[in-house]
Write a protein that binds this ligand. Sequence first.
Ligand SMILES: CC(C)(COP(=O)(O)OP(=O)(O)OC[C@H]1O[C@@H](n2cnc3c(N)ncnc32)[C@H](O)[C@@H]1OP(=O)(O)O)[C@@H](O)C(=O)NCCC(=O)NCCS
Length: 387
Amino acid sequence: MSHQSPPSTEPSKQSASNQSRGGLDGIIAGQTRLSTVGKSGFGLTYLGYSIEDLAEHGTFEEVAYLLLVGRLPNSIELQAFKDRLAAGRSIPKPLRKTLERIPSTAHPMDVLRTVASMLGTLEPEGAFENAIKVSQRLLACMPTALTYWHRFHREGKPREFDLDEPSIASHFLATLKNRKPTEIETRAMDVSLILYAEHEWNASTFTARVIASTLSDFYSAITGGIGALRGPLHGGANEAAMELLDQMTDPDSAEASLLTMLSKKMKVMGFGHRVYKGADPRSDIIKPWAKRLCEATGNEQLYAISERIETVMRREKGMFPNVDFYSASLYRSLEIPTPLFTPIFVLSRISGWSAHILEQRADNRLIRPLADYTGPEPRPWSPISQR
Ligand SMILES: CC(C)(COP(=O)(O)OP(=O)(O)OC[C@H]1O[C@@H](n2cnc3c(N)ncnc32)[C@H](O)[C@@H]1OP(=O)(O)O)[C@@H](O)C(=O)NCCC(=O)NCCS
């Protein structure tokens, strides 16, 4: 499939002033063969496959296998991988009990952070040779843990789940909704999982790699990744975008509210990107799915409001939507509660984080940069009686 390459975002062309603003802007912090966001002429690729091809032809399981193993599976390998994932869906009893005790008011990202950490105590990684097994276990059981916690607190009682759905996308939707998802619902969810799977050295992946570089265990690296993803400048943006959309009643008033926000220099979540400068290719893929699902579920007004916000952001700020903006209306059309939006990102990104942890371990050196010291000159110790 042919697609237009985004404008170059080669780090060497980043301006010195950007770098002086901190945030490691434009700095190459290491190497990866897993994906590229910014290499000129590549677009977004996972191990050389374009995100457009992956989203059009692939399934999330194929993409997860690609990231973990380094090549696409044949049909026998794919089925075996899916069988292993299906076998790992159940959650151990002590974890179930913990999920029942976590308050219903907790943020689901905190729930997933706890799940990753607790599973590390129940099923520790042990030797690094077990890493692939751990990554598959996390991929398989995190959706169950999330929907178990959600449903337990909504319904006030434990429940058994049917764990036989053929894919992670349909398993998540089925356990969340207590009904078999339709084909279009499953495919829309699957595409969003593909888009969220991997994205080079973003903040949460960097976090996971830093932790892995200390030779810590797999669960610690994933738990740290979840913590980094939680913030609204990163994964939390899809949830924040939905909260904004929920305040809008129609396109005209949305435009007026947005102009007010911009005049106050407020950030609009779901727009902008550190590396992409002209467009986020994932947004162009998720947007038609959002349109399709919004139209199929009577959410045309939500889609119209979203499009107006996009138009105004382009006109007023020259800014483009990132993957999180249209994910919001897509997930709303799938009747997914807003606080579960960012956790879906986790369910998918476990594949990318896992691949990065494996890559880091394969050629490890402690990640330990320097800081430019801006504190006081050396000075004498002052005894407490003289302070
Ligand atoms: C993603 C993001 C953190 C990248 O930011 P960055 O490279 O650090 O850029 P900055 O935050 O320094 O922003 C640069 C300028 O653009 C503006 N800007 C950036 N994103 C903006 C947004 N979403 N809405 C409005 N203005 C925005 C900033 O206010 C700033 O303006 P200024 O120079 O007048 O102060 C930023 O675009 C953002 O916060 N977006 C919203 C959160 C989001 O959607 N995150 C998901 C990313 S996939």
